[in-house]
Design a protein around this ligand. Sequence first.
Ligand code: PBE
Length: 268
Amino acid sequence: AYSSTPKIKIGSKKFTESVILGEIVNHLLKSTGEQPIYLRELGGTRVLWNALLKCEIDIYPEYTGTISEEILAGEEVRSEEEIRQALIKRGIKMTDALGFNNTYAIGMKEEVAEKLKIRKISDLQRHPDLKFGFGNEFMDRGDGWPILRRHYNLPQQNVRGLDHDLAYRGLEKGIIQAIDTYSTDAKIRYYNLRLLEDDMNHFPAYNAVILYRSDLEERAPHVVTVLKKIENKISRLEMVKMNFRANMEMIPENRIAADFLSESLSLE
Ligand code: PBE
């Protein structure tokens, strides 16, 4: 039905949860008769954001804290309203929150943390010899390691950047003692990690939302309408479960998305 108009392009970042959310959007659009193109795992935040600005994609899942701390770094936007205003100036709109916060959290093996009596991030000040392995994006984001280190006055020098999914194995092998986890990662429980309390409030809330180009409102209003169906519909627990199915049970993301829409939204 829409064959004469350009297809809508959806993007996602290079980690499981983003791919699942992108698939959910993909399925939602198909349910309206669209034939979207899904470009999964395009890269990190900067790649996705620039692709959205350049019309290379029309839609992708993002997180409020990432918008305020990294995408709009330096603009001092904090509230949801300020974020919306700043986005509109750039031709971008944001759905309401999907229903869960996926914050960064510093994670350590439970036994190691217990032995060293580390419960909060500030406790790391007393252990300069610990080795850290952080996701490449976290190594150099507006809310990442350089700022975290300054905020908490952390002394560690042995800090390396690595692939987020590999970081868990590095912890397991004892090559590193702390990593940046995403709080909805299914692996946190699997590897029995302790998430350190952010006792000096470095991290903001990272509520999942969907970003889309404002021009969709005229080009494809039904798309904007259908995106609203997942506002406030994905709980933290539900997201952790979906990540678990992908990471631990190796179920394809598009199947997970289809199951979510039929079971939780009674769609399809
Ligand atoms: N997050 C937390 C990051 C990665 C970890 C989901 C908010 C992001 O993709 O922006």
